[in-house]
Design a binder for this molecule. Structure first.
Ligand code: DGY
Length: 318
């Protein structure tokens, strides 16, 4: 196999880096310091393959930086951080790592849902601050999950895995909004109109890809359409949600709680959320278990290997 020059923009699990180093001339970001646009643009002229991840912004200016890179093998399933139009125009293939992080992300959606419903973040903060005054019937009372409706916005792999957990694990009913009915192995009601789903669901969980088509999908009007006393969970992308409107709905009591794992300009977290008690805020942990992170790396590596040998790419983004 030709020794391709490959740049990996952030640290990967050690075993994946070792495997990549065996098969190509790989450069690793040993300090794991985020690369800025200028450094990424320079890399486009120096390497055959760029392996970025979801926190790198691979915009038109970066892609225009050079003509050598012919594969962008993203470590991650989401690709709204990559300018696909520009990549296509320059004949650069782009791949991602679908499938391998489905269960991990669904686990985090349920973590957020449970934490919000049972007020776990509030309880932990109270206890650590030495403010817990003891058990009492009215202390931090949350919501049950059984027979409540989980409303999934989008019903792809991760949404369905979330729905299975919610239904089989917690006795929730499932409804979903999507462009068309999905073949799913969990009982779920298809709702063709988003506003109907929002009015029906006790827990709304977002599962649409990021990007211009879904930007601000859950805006102030959508939040107003949610059932009073319901909860909002987001493990998809931050840009899907109007955080100012969410903050207002939590403060007014229209929503009972929320749980977020993603934000529009990570690692910044919208400041208006930070002092609200009934919201759980996680630092983009959806895929963060070691088995999943290794599987994501091996998946990115399979795309690099296929590219090196001229084989069909396993996970091309069309
Ligand atoms: C992805 O791969 O797009 C996820 O957001 C990472 O957890």
């Amino acid at each position: 196999m030709a020794r391709l020059r490959v740049l990996v923009t952030r640290r990967w699990p050690a075993e994946v880096e070792a495997r990549l180093a065996e098969m190509c001339d790989a450069t690793f970001n040993v300090g794991d310091v985020p690369m800025d646009g200028a450094a990424l643009a320079l890399a486009m002229a120096d390497y055959d393959v760029l392996c970025p991840t979801v926190s790198d912004r691979i915009d038109a200016a970066v892609i225009a930086g050079g003509n050598r890179v012919k594969l962008i093998a993203n470590y991650g399933v989401g690709f709204d951080h990559i300018d696909l139009t520009m990549a296509r125009a320059k004949g650069i293939a782009v791949t991602n790592t679908p499938g391998v992080l489905t269960d991990a992300t669904a686990d985090i959606a349920l973590t957020l849902l449970l934490m919000a419903a049972r007020r776990a973040g509030e309880g932990e903060r109270e206890l650590r601050a030495g403010k817990w005054s003891g058990w009492r019937p009215t202390h931090l009372v949350g919501s049950a999950l059984k027979d409540k409706v989980l409303g999934c916005v989008g019903f792809g792999r991760i949404a369905q895995a979330t729905a299975r957990r919610a239904h089989h694990g917690f006795g929730m009913k499932v409804a979903y909004y999507a462009r068309r009915p999905a073949e799913a192995d969990v009982e779920a009601e298809f709702m063709p109109y988003l506003k109907d789903l929002l009015a029906k669901a006790d827990f709304v969980s977002l599962h649409v890809p990021g990007g211009p088509e879904t930007a601000n999908l859950i805006d102030a009007a959508a939040i107003a359409a949610m059932k009073p006393g319901s909860y909002l969970i987001n493990t998809a992308r931050g840009g899907v949600l109007d955080h100012g409107a969410l903050a207002a709905a939590l403060r007014s009591g229209h929503l009972a709680g929320a749980g977020l794992d993603v934000y529009p300009a990570e690692p910044q977290v919208p400041a208006e959320l930070l002092d609200i008690e009934n919201i759980v805020l996680l630092p983009h942990l959806g895929s963060a278990n070691s088995q999943t992170r290794i599987a994501m790396g091996m998946c990115a590596l399979a795309n690099v290997r296929a590219f090196a040998s001229g084989a069909t790419l396993p996970n091309p983004i069309p």
